[in-house]
Design a protein around this ligand. Sequence first.
Ligand SMILES: *Cc1c(COP(=O)(O)O)cnc(C)c1O
Length: 244
Amino acid sequence: MSSPHQTLLNRILTENLKNVLKSIESTCLRCHRDPSEVKLIAVTKYAPLEAVRELNRIGLRTYGENRPQQLVERAQTLTEDSEWSPAEWHLIGQLQRNKVRLVLPHVALIHSIDSVQLLSQIDRIAEETGASASVLLQVNTSGEESKSGFPPELLLEQWERVCSFNNVQLCGLMTMAPLTEETKTVRSTFSELQKIQTDLNSTGRHPPLTELSMGMSRDYEIAIEEGATIIRLGSILFEGTAEL
Ligand SMILES: *Cc1c(COP(=O)(O)O)cnc(C)c1O
């Protein structure tokens, strides 16, 4: 039986999701892309567990969490729900080396690899435990000191070493735009990531990086225009649910 509260939550999330999907579709249409090339991740870091349950029921099955501990706790708790449909958990926030062992068995994709040392630790633990490890390299294309990620020059410099780990699947790149109203600046942090992807792929050192994880609630349309294949949306999906 659904409670009135659950019904209302379901209605708001369904409506929000419908609007977001519509806008993804019209953005794709505008820049001649196929909407199926853009994967939507629901960023659930601030959402209560019951809202994640409703999203799962509605059919959105990929979730992004910032903190390894919360990701693991939620993945474990929700898997035990009788109504839960299998889902993917992505880690989008910073990962300390001492949390790799904890999170690796539960995570489908880590977006936030920001050093060779972290990559090396993941490689070692993946080999030891047999867990698969799919990752994105976070690149600080905005150049802001507050942002983590490889500085672009450093990534190019370390590329050969980055490619040398056999137990890690390097799938692509991730970035975050600065918090600004200037769309030109936002757009250039995204287009810079695509340019780095092209540069890295042209070295021929590695199978092509295919994924570009970029775009959040306030800038995902620009990110899609600049080639995003993964967008990470939180607040826009949960709008109106905090007051319930
Ligand atoms: C919180 C967060 C998001 C989602 O942000 P919204 O503005 O709520 O859409 C996306 N990516 C990362 C890395 C985040 O930390």
